[in-house]
Design a protein around this ligand. Structure first.
Ligand code: SIN
Ligand code: FE2
Length: 216
């Protein structure tokens, strides 16, 4: 049972504004779940998850891959977008139609019209993996929102403000949930607490996050 009563909500609780510019769409990705999961498995076969290293040389606890025109990469040269997968030296796989449709419908529902993502970062969290508080700021155009899709094991999402020290709210995320943020919240700090061990019926012992962005 979710406990989000402190937030404004519509009668069926499916769409909740959780702050200026931040919208939570409960189970929004489930309507086309099978196509999404099929595309995800095909993508990962073409472009497997790899470990990324921060510019200071620390291994991230998630493993990642991407699809679309640009993929987010990190190494000794910094955080950035690249048109090629550095592990294969090939272009990233095309963004599947089911991914694009989901991202556009979610952005539209959240009030961000005409979102055309050119990048989808796919993060894989195994038990214990986390994402420290950070801003998404390697994109060129901050007028475009971020669309973040949760699949598999549950997570606790942290959402703060423009400064790292700002108070964060905790948002429980489950399989199929989507969070969209943009406008005044576009550069807000956010992160994910360590994932608890468990087994999801469809995805097993992992959480997958799809982050759609207009990067270039
Ligand atoms: C991220 O901000 O890069 C990932 C967010 C998530 O996994 O929910
Ligand atoms: Fe992020």
């Amino acid at each position: 049972m979710r406990n989000l009563d402190l937030f404004n909500s519509n009668p069926c609780n499916a769409i909740q504004t959780i702050g200026d510019g931040v919208v939570f769409l409960s189970e929004f990705a489930l309507s086309n779940e099978q196509d999404l999961l099929t595309s995800l498995h095909q993508l990962v076969a073409l472009s497997p998850f790899t470990k990324m290293y921060t510019p200071s040389g620390l291994a991230m606890s998630v493993t990642t891959t991407s699809c679309g025109l640009a993929g987010w990469v990190s190494d000794a040269y910094g955080y950035r977008y690249s048109k090629k997968n550095p592990s294969t030296n090939l272009p990233w796989p095309q963004m599947p139609e089911s991914f694009l449709q989901l991202a556009q419908q979610a952005a539209d529902t959240a009030g961000y019209k005409n979102f055309v993502p050119d990048s989808c970062l796919i993060n894989r969290y195994q038990a214990g993996a986390k994402m420290s508080l950070h801003q998404d700021k390697n994109e060129k155009d901050f007028s475009q929102p971020i669309v973040s899709v949760s699949l598999g094991l549950p997570a606790t999402f942290l959402f703060g403000g423009l400064a790292r020290e700002d108070k964060t709210i905790r948002l429980p995320l489950e399989h199929g949930d989507v969070v969209v943020w943009g406008g005044p919240a576009r550069l807000f700090f956010h992160g994910v607490l360590p994932i608890k061990a468990g087994k999801h019926p469809g995805l097993g012992e992992q959480r997958i996050n799809l982050t759609f962005r207009k990067a270039l």
